[in-house]
Design a protein. Structure first.
Length: 118
């Protein structure tokens, strides 16, 4: 997050509200900063998400225009992300969703790499 001004948006209370309005079977994903360059801030967000959801997955990707690795956290009470990567492409196809980067194979690889800490 972008420092103290945005900290409340990533609090356990904020994710509790997200969970309240999320449909059953829903999934929430958030960009969560960089675990490598900002480990304390990243762990704050990760802890807030974990306090509210049964299944929490995390991965990182290098974003060239940001000049650093960026972590993403995906959470749900219904789905563990690594358990649905095999069916991801079929689900996206059935829903008419096309992507330019992410697919089941890429996501599987990102999840296997894990996140980086200093």
């Amino acid at each position: 997050y972008a420092g103290e001004i945005a900290k409340h948006l990533y609090s356990a209370q904020a994710f509790s509200e997200v969970k309240r309005i999320l449909r059953e079977g829903g999934v929430v994903a958030t960009q969560a900063g960089s675990s490598y360059f900002y480990p304390a801030e990243y762990n704050y967000v990760l802890g807030s998400v974990r306090a509210n959801f049964r299944y929490v997955s995390e991965y990182w990707y290098w974003i060239p225009c940001f000049g650093l690795n960026v972590n993403f956290i995906v959470a749900s009470d219904s789905y563990m992300l690594k358990e649905v990567v095999e069916s991801m492409d079929e689900v996206l196809r059935k829903r008419g969703v096309s992507t330019r980067f992410i697919n089941g194979r890429v996501l599987d690889g990102l999840l296997k790499i894990g996140v980086m800490y200093p």
